[in-house]
Ligand binder design. Structure first.
Ligand SMILES: *Cc1c(COP(=O)(O)O)cnc(C)c1O
Length: 400
């Protein structure tokens, strides 16, 4: 597999495991353990059963007829918004908590930005009866109060982080510090295809169920198991990784990823790391990072809390560099508009993150036969206020 991780944990020159010495053993134990666990029959059975009976998989592949007509292509939506807890993140947390159990760990920690990964982690900890501690920037604790309450109701302890900008990047650093203090009993459930090797590969494998299903669902619906084009939004890169996993080396399939431009890639208010980042080390991996000339991490800015990360998964840095993926930067207004468009055209209110993927359609040219699969990574219930307070932006486009 050309684009998957090599034996040293690298994707081209991106990736690796840059961790403090005290975590070497932990990270190496995980590197040795993860593939045998994931490939064991035992794990596969438990994981599959939970995905089916608890998460509600397979998620539908839905032919969006009106949007297809609008864009002049055959558009299918992969409905990760219909999963338990409302997004793709639970595919990963279910897998990682099973892995933690197999490794004899008793305490779970996780970082969260918008709180979606925190909720998905607290959910599976409640399910398994495991201790759960979540690190979340104090700014985010205040902005995302409902998710904090959900985590607490599920039994998690939420630690507001007061360093730096008090957002996701600081929460990641604090989770790594906590892990250093309790390496023996703790399993760190990372929320996206980021962090030191083997995390990007673990998360990509856990989310790969998305493209595994797309394959047989397309076969059933159109008589061939691949699309012409895949579209997904990209924050750290996990729903995108899952969407493309089984097609990465299949050059018949074009891949378009949408990152969050915020106010625009030529402003300071952006989260478009692939467009604006430079090489550096962030949270244990060499990747593209939004940073100042002297290596200070810049705060990411976007209307979408789930895409608000100043780094990017190393596999995506690599694939973009090699030209395997086309990355478009979608600004806040485009995302709001696209969110309204999907809502009015198909009766599906997407997460504002997923709306970035929908907005990418306007940047593309199609021929009528093109089969396009777009992943709706999450549902928009959490974003209704954001949509309503920006509805003028949608009207400006004059479509309603
Ligand atoms: C967290 C989140 C994302 C971004 O994370 P990725 O790891 O890039 O997938 C996208 N969509 C939704 C709904 C999310 O909750």
């Amino acid at each position: 597999m050309k684009y998957s991780v090599d034996e040293n944990g690298f994707y081209g020159h991106f990736g690796g495991a840059y961790v403090p010495e005290i975590l070497y053993k932990c990270v190496h134990d995980l590197q040795d353990a993860y593939i045998p666990i994931i490939e064991s029959d035992d794990f596969k059975q438990e994981y599959r059963a939970l995905l089916r009976d608890y998460v509600g998989r397979p998620s539908p592949l839905y032919f969006a007829e009106r949007m297809s007509r609008l864009y002049g292509c055959q558009l299918y939506l992969k409905r990760e918004d219909l999963n338990h807890t409302g997004a793709h993140k639970i595919n990963n947390t279910i897998g990682q908590i099973l892995m933690a159990r197999k490794m004899g760990k008793t305490r779970i920690i996780a970082e969260t930005g918008a709180g979606q990964h925190g909720v998905a982690t607290a959910t599976v900890c409640a399910l398994m009866g495991m201790e759960c501690e979540i690190f979340m920037g104090k700014t985010d604790v205040e902005r995302q109060h409902t998710n904090v309450e959900r985590m607490r109701m599920l039994g998690a302890k939420v630690h507001p982080v007061t360093t730096g900008n008090m957002t996701l990047s600081d929460a990641c650093s604090q989770a790594i510090r906590d892990w250093c203090c309790h390496p023996k009993e703790t399993f760190y459930i990372v929320g996206s295809t980021m962090g030191p090797h083997p995390y990007p590969d673990i998360v990509a494998r856990m989310q790969s169920v998305i493209s595994e299903e797309i394959k047989w669902q397309l076969q059933e619906k159109i008589g061939r198991d691949y699309p012409d084009l895949l579209v997904a939004c990209i924050g750290g890169g996990s729903n995108a990784a899952g969407t493309i996993y089984h097609y990465m080396d299949d050059e018949r399939v074009r891949i378009v990823l949408a990152e969050a431009a915020g106010h625009g890639v030529d402003t300071d208010y952006t989260a478009a790391t692939i467009h604006c980042g430079t090489e550096g080390i962030l949270h244990g991996a060499r990747t593209l990072v939004m940073q100042t000339d002297d290596g200070q991490i810049k705060e990411a800015f976007t209307i979408s809390a789930g895409l608000d990360y100043p780094g990017i998964g190393p596999m995506h840095a690599h694939m973009a560099e090699k030209g395997r993926t086309q990355v478009v930067a979608i600004d806040d207004d485009e995302a709001i508009y696209a969110g309204y468009e999907l809502t009015r055209m198909e009766g599906i209110i997407p997460a504002i993150e997923s709306a970035h993927a929908v907005a990418a359609l306007k940047h593309l040219k199609f021929s009528p036969d093109d089969v396009v699969v777009l992943t709706v990574s999450g549902r928009g219930d959490k974003d209704v206020e954001t949509y309503l307070s920006n509805k003028q932006k949608a009207r400006e486009y004059g479509n309603f």
